[in-house]
Design a protein around this ligand. Sequence first.
Ligand code: MD3
Ligand code: FE
Length: 214
Amino acid sequence: METMDLFEPGERQQRLGPGAWLLHGFALPCVPQLLAAIAAIEAVSPFRHLVTPGGFTMSVAMTNAGELGWTSDRRGYRYSAIDPERGTPWPAMPPAFAGLANEAAAAVGFEGFAPDACLVNRYAPGARLSLHQDRDERDHSAPIVSVSLGLPATFLWGGQARTDPTLKLPLRHGDVVVWGGPDRLRFHGVSPLKDGAHAVLGPQRINLTFRRAG
Ligand code: MD3
Ligand code: FE
């Protein structure tokens, strides 16, 4: 079966590289469940602005769900089983999160993706994520799945070196991207979020990033 056959009319998948696929609108059918799950997560582990080892406060607000959560402070970046703000485990991975990530990965050939970490990023207008690699995970053979909700963003897709040229890619409400194989360690970032108000989420963008971290 052709992979395109897996998509409803109006959905499209776009190959961005040897291991990277953009699944337009793949998350749209489960947006209500995702938003309910995000509300439950932030009621337990609220969004917070982390400080980088260099002492900068990040403009993106973050929280986590799952066995492990990504966090940062003056001592470094790390995955932790404990929310350092609360001293207790992160909220469990919601079934709607794990199911969506697993289905998106399988749709492009990564069968059996079982994320143990979901980083939840919240962007207000002006918030940005500077160019970086995701390399704090133990096993780089598992893909990363990202889900975009709310205001559109310009994603910056670089190469294997920080100085490689970047491609600008719009990511919209409901888009899912799967990054694996040779594209897993590419540099990437997000341009400052433009002002606006999304019909469902209001003046913000939320991005879910699913990883196999431990
Ligand atoms: C490409 N988040 O949390 S998601 C991050 O929109 C992060 O919040 C961005 O980068 C956001 O680390 C981008 C898309 C993404 C995530 C991981 C990747 C793209 C990636 C890892 C390798 C290559
Ligand atoms: Fe990243």
